[in-house]
Design a protein around this ligand. Structure first.
Ligand SMILES: CC(C)(COP(=O)(O)OP(=O)(O)OC[C@H]1O[C@@H](n2cnc3c(N)ncnc32)[C@H](O)[C@@H]1O)[C@@H](O)C(=O)NCCC(=O)NCCS
Ligand SMILES: Nc1ncnc2c1ncn2[C@@H]1O[C@H](COP(=O)(O)OP(=O)(O)OP(=O)(O)O)[C@@H](O)[C@H]1O
Length: 198
């Protein structure tokens, strides 16, 4: 039987690192951030819908979505963020379901969904893994690895569920405050537990 797992965590908590370890261990990973990019690639109906909603000012000279400009808009304007989400989330949901339908029966399917706590879909999964890190560590990782300002980092955290709300939906918690080796060990333990549910 397929075990369906939701994986979530705040921005820069370490979700992608955890999902790549799970993929190495044999899980099928369906990455909502990646799909959210694909559904608004140049020439897609998703990008056409964004242009209709926000105008051509949010396109680059090449006709792609100008992601930094869109980020600057939606992480300082809740209404704009909701309008963006209303367009992108249904497209991501549909594509994720298609990818899941292609997975081998019996696979451990991990849906990496940054906004799982926010969208209220935790109950649709057999297990929910939350990658936990304190806000200060999230900010320092964003500043260090992405070159964002502290303000940009904090505006993204402010647009997300609180650490407590996220922990409330967890069946498994991975605490990412130590080394990468420590993270790997925790993920291996969680993986073994999830497999035991298959
Ligand atoms: C605003 C956009 C264009 C900015 O693009 P950018 O390349 O800078 O960021 P990227 O897509 O890589 O997202 C990085 C992280 O930002 C956070 N984030 C993204 N969208 C949101 C949102 N709507 N609310 C809160 N946090 C968000 C997540 O932690 C995500 O992992 C982009 O994030 C977007 O299209 N967001 C809306 C779609 C969405 O909700 N995606 C989240 C998962 S489906
Ligand atoms: N335990 C750790 N020790 C050191 N660096 C780490 C650790 N965990 C993650 N990182 C680094 O922190 C950054 C953020 O991690 P990662 O990309 O996995 O987070 P994320 O939650 O997927 O981010 P996003 O929300 O943007 O998708 C990466 O550069 C990653 O290599």
């Amino acid at each position: 039987m397929t075990v369906r797992v939701g994986l979530t965590g705040g921005i820069a908590s370490g979700k992608s690192t955890v999902s790549s370890i799970l993929a190495e261990l044999g899980a099928v990973v369906i990455d909502a951030d990646l799909i959210a990019r694909e559904v608004v690639a140049r020439g897609t109906p998703g990008l056409a819908a964004l242009v209709e909603e926000f105008g051509t000012g949010l396109l680059t000279a090449d006709g792609d979505l100008d992601r930094p400009a869109m980020g600057a808009l939606v992480f300082s304007d809740d209404d704009a963020r909701r309008r963006l989400e209303a367009i992108i989330h249904p497209l991501v949901h549909r594509r994720s379901a298609e990818l899941e339908a292609d997975a081998d029966p019996g696979a451990l399917v991990v849906h990496d969904i940054p906004l799982l706590a926010e969208v209220g879909r935790a109950g649709t999964f057999d297990a929910v893994v939350v990658v936990d890190a304190p806000a200060e560590l999230q900010v320092s990782r964003m500043v260090e690895h992405r070159g964002w300002s502290r303000e940009e980092a904090e505006s993204r955290i402010a647009a997300q569920a609180s650490r407590e709300d996220r922990l409330a939906i967890a069946t498994h918690v991975v605490v990412n405050t130590g080394s990468l080796d420590d993270l790997r060990q925790q993920v291996e333990d969680v993986h073994a537990d999830l497999l035991a549910r298959a």
